[in-house]
Design a protein. Structure first.
Length: 210
């Protein structure tokens, strides 16, 4: 059974900062334990080195260093979302029906999202990954773009739809629009649409004097 023990630094290592680690009590050696003969003399200190030098047993074994402190899992998830959505992060509270401050509290790790928001966070993170892999940064106009059933990406994710599928569908729509604009530009070339004059509008059918 492994256990984590707080081991205070001994005087032998007073110059070093204590490092959190996982420890276990070492197995007893085969040699019999001798009586406490040759105890530390007057003025001596029972430091770690003193006990390590005694015959018959060992003290503690270092198994592995404890992992460094990390942010809460949802704070890390929020970092992924922020990387993918960029400045449009400010639009995301509408997915959850929370304030902008609450969203940034999740990002900083000050608060943990309620369970009802967990699934939507994972779907937003999936959408963010799609955007990052495509090298695409959404803006407010693209987030308002209709993706399916007359609804935008944020509305669909808010309803529980797949973040990755919805993001890919949005990218396909934007790509088709870009190709269509390019084709229209090639057709028109440098020509500009002609402006309508008053004569093009036709004569009035009603007697405007009456």
């Amino acid at each position: 059974m492994f256990s984590a023990l707080a081991i205070p630094p001994t005087l032998d290592y007073v110059a070093n900062s204590p490092v959190p680690a996982l420890y276990r009590r070492a197995e007893t050696m085969d040699l019999p334990r001798f009586p406490d003969i040759g105890a530390v003399g007057t003025g001596g200190l029972k430091t770690g080195s003193y006990y390590l030098g005694k015959s018959g047993y060992r003290t503690l074994e270092l198994l592995q260093e404890a992992p460094a402190a990390t942010l809460p899992p949802f704070a890390l998830l929020m970092e992924d979302i922020q990387s993918g959505f960029g400045r449009t992060m400010s639009r995301l509270p509408e997915v959850f029906g929370v304030s902008r401050q609450t969203l940034y509290n999740w990002l900083s790790g000050e608060k943990t999202p309620k369970e009802q928001h967990h699934a939507k966070l994972y779907e937003l993170a999936a959408a963010a990954k799609v955007f990052q892999e495509a090298g695409f940064k959404p803006n407010s106009a693209t987030l308002d773009r209709t993706v399916a059933h007359g609804k935008s990406l944020l509305e669909l994710i808010g309803e529980g739809r797949s973040g990755a599928d919805t993001a890919n569908r949005l990218l396909q729509i934007l790509k088709r629009s870009s190709v269509a604009r390019a084709k229209l530009s090639d057709i028109l070339g440098d020509r500009k649409p002609a402006r309508l004059s008053v004569s093009d509008m036709g004569a009035p059918h009603l007697d405007e004097r009456s």
